[in-house]
Design a protein around this ligand. Structure first.
Ligand code: LR7
Ligand code: MN
Length: 576
């Protein structure tokens, strides 16, 4: 094998029937220790119970050393078993005040044990899975900027408490120029006492999460790097499924299912196991339903690894050498954003695999807004990062991004020649290949006839989404030539689409709505007759006609005639 560390529980894997069953787990008594959120670390010895944690071992004493400890419920503490924390009415003002520090309910977090218990959220069949007897060791890299004490340390403790000790090489915390005192010496002293080697690195100046991770990665001595955000909670059995996939193929980048830790109550809420990562025209990362073809490839086994077109970015394992072979990260990216899609495209296009291991589940505190500054401006930075990624990886499809989001053209990508030569050197495949083979369901269509504005020959107005949302009427307005709401793709599937919206008509004389694209033809199929300039709705046989005078901005379906109001031009050049 490529890894020389053997998991000493090989015998556990010999026979299915020897696997631990539920009544063998959690049979030990728990001690009700004290563990106040921000207080001193409960020092965990191997096989001992302290500070409200009880490590449960399974039958044979010899196995003690390597088994992942199980965190047991300490009764009477808020948030145990992942339950929501309720804040009394008298505390609401303080709660609101503290919320602003991190954009999550810090008061609630501070009330919860750093070692809080969680329910075993895995699919039942995950508990009986076999993993290779030889798994690589991993180092955990957690970067943070101004993170709260309790969320950061709860992340660390959840790693310690729920990872087989033999697989856990070290925990590397990278402080990205935080301005909070307790993240200084206090943190260093605290982590020095942890039962797993843990240390703090510091970027000299604010460098953003991408470069902070690169710094952390340099210090990794394990065989696999596992990245986590600084406000996570790892659950029972989270690590083995990640490492096992890398043993299978070292070019696999593996993510857990990312569950939700509520920013309001810190409740642990399970996420769907049937979503994967995608992106829209604006290059926002989004979760979408896993298509049937991928379910079928996995023989409808919901516990089998899922191939995902993109990843959220914060939580994944990667073979350390492979991380560098494949180009680690783009150092030209600042603060936040874009690196997750960049890595997703790169991994797929350059011969790797990107997966979600559904038996691995890690909670993450999802926030509605960012608590920290973006030196240089939030949009500027995100647009800069995205510009770098589209210039290097998106080929022709970068036009979807720029035309739909014209503001992004102002951002400069800077020098991307190094990243382009990386792409050459690795002989990566094209974005077309990616769309064809990895992500045919993408909102960026593989084949399209046209991308631009659609202008009415009579009124000289353009189809316009008017910024409206799902199930609303498509509009039309003065052609501004800037793209955005007036950009449509006419695809080979005969859709007229704008990002995730498709022109859709359910009846023959009605308005035309914008409905989530379903890629199945039906009411969303349109034939453009280049000679008559008709946009003809296949199901009804009707033609799209300019808005009438009484409903000035809503194009309609009408029987096809030869009037100018039914002629649409798809030939614009934008003014950039
Ligand atoms: O300047 C910074 N320096 C940092 O060290 C800014 C941030 N950070 C740290 C920060 O403290 C945190 O630990 O970087 C980590 C991620 O930042 P968050 O938690 O503020 O942002 P997020 O959860 O929205 O980040 C998601 O998108 C990012 C895009 O750059 C990264 O890929 C994050 O890792 C990613 N997080 C996840 O994937 C968790 C699931 C979220 C989803 C979907
Ligand atoms: Mn995060």
């Amino acid at each position: 094998g490529e890894y020389d560390v053997e998991l000493p529980n090989a015998e556990r894997l010999v026979d299915d029937n020897q696997l631990v069953n539920d009544n063998e787990i959690n049979t030990e008594k728990s001690l009700d220790g004290e563990d106040n959120g921000g207080g001193p670390a409960p020092i965990m010895g191997q096989g001992f119970v302290t500070g409200g944690i009880s490590m449960t071992y399974r039958s044979v004493a010899l196995k003690k050393w390597f088994q992942a400890p199980t965190v047991r419920e300490s009764r009477g503490k808020p948030g145990e078993m992942g339950k929501p924390v309720k804040i009394g009415a008298d505390m609401k003002d303080i709660m609101k005040e503290k919320f602003k520090e991190n954009q999550f309910n810090l008061l609630a977090s501070d009330m919860i044990s750093l070692n809080r218990s969680l329910t075993d959220v895995r699919h039942e069949n995950c508990r009986h899975k076999h993993y290779p007897s030889k798994l690589p060791t991993t180092s955990i890299v957690i970067v943070f900027h101004n993170e709260a004490w309790t969320t950061l340390l709860r992340t660390v403790w959840s790693v310690i408490n729920r990872s087989p000790r033999s697989l856990l090489k070290e925990i590397i915390l990278v402080d990205d120029a935080s301005e909070r005192d307790f993240l200084g010496k206090k943190l260093e002293d605290y982590v020095a006492k942890l039962p797993v080697r843990t240390f703090v690195l510091r970027t000299e100046k604010r460098s953003g999460l991408i470069r902070a991770r690169l710094l952390g990665a340099e210090h990794v001595t394990g065989e696999v790097i596992t990245f986590l955000d600084a406000h996570c909670e790892c659950t029972e059995g989270w690590l083995e499924p990640l490492l096992a996939r890398i043993v299978q193929n070292r070019r696999t980048v593996v993510c857990p299912i990312i569950d939700v830790i509520s920013d309001e109550t810190f409740e642990y809420i399970t996420a769907s196991d049937s979503t994967w990562g995608g992106f829209n025209w604006k290059l926002n990362f989004r979760w979408y339903r896993v298509p049937q073809r991928e379910m079928a490839r996995r023989n409808n086994d919901r516990t089998a690894p899922l191939r995902t077109p993109t990843m959220a970015g914060g939580l994944f394992s990667i073979d350390k050498d492979y991380f560098y072979e494949i180009g680690s990260y783009d150092e030209g990216m600042d603060i936040w954003g874009g690196e997750n899609l960049e890595m997703s495209f790169r991994v797929w296009m350059c011969g790797g695999l990107l997966e979600i291991a559904p038996c691995s589940r890690v909670g993450h505190v999802f926030r509605k807004s960012t608590p920290y500054t973006f030196p240089g401006g939030t949009t500027e930075i995100v647009n800069h990062n995205n510009a770098r990624l589209v210039e290097v990886w998106l080929d022709d499809w970068k036009e979807f991004y720029y035309s739909f989001y014209p503001g992004a053209r102002k951002a400069s990508a800077g020098d991307v020649s190094d990243r382009k030569s990386l792409r050459d050197r690795l002989q990566c495949k094209s974005f077309r290949w990616y769309l064809e083979n990895v992500y045919p369901e993408s909102l960026m269509p593989l084949d399209y006839y046209y991308l631009g504005e659609i202008r009415n020959a009579e009124t000289e107005t353009c189809l316009d989404t008017m910024g409206r949302k799902y199930n609303e009427k498509v509009g039309s307005s003065y052609c501004h030539g800037l793209g955005g709401n007036q950009v449509f793709a006419y695809t080979k599937r005969q859709q007229i689409m704008s990002d995730d919206l498709c022109l859709d008509a359910a009846s023959s004389n009605g308005p035309v709505n914008m409905v989530r694209c379903h890629n199945m033809g039906g009411n969303q199929e349109w034939v453009y007759d280049a000679e008559e300039k008709w946009i003809r709705h296949t199901n009804t046989g009707q033609c799209l006609q300019r808005a009438t005078r009484d409903d000035a901005s809503t194009p309609l379906l009408r029987p096809c005639n030869y009037a100018k109001g039914q002629q649409w031009l798809m030939e614009s050049k934008f003014k950039w």
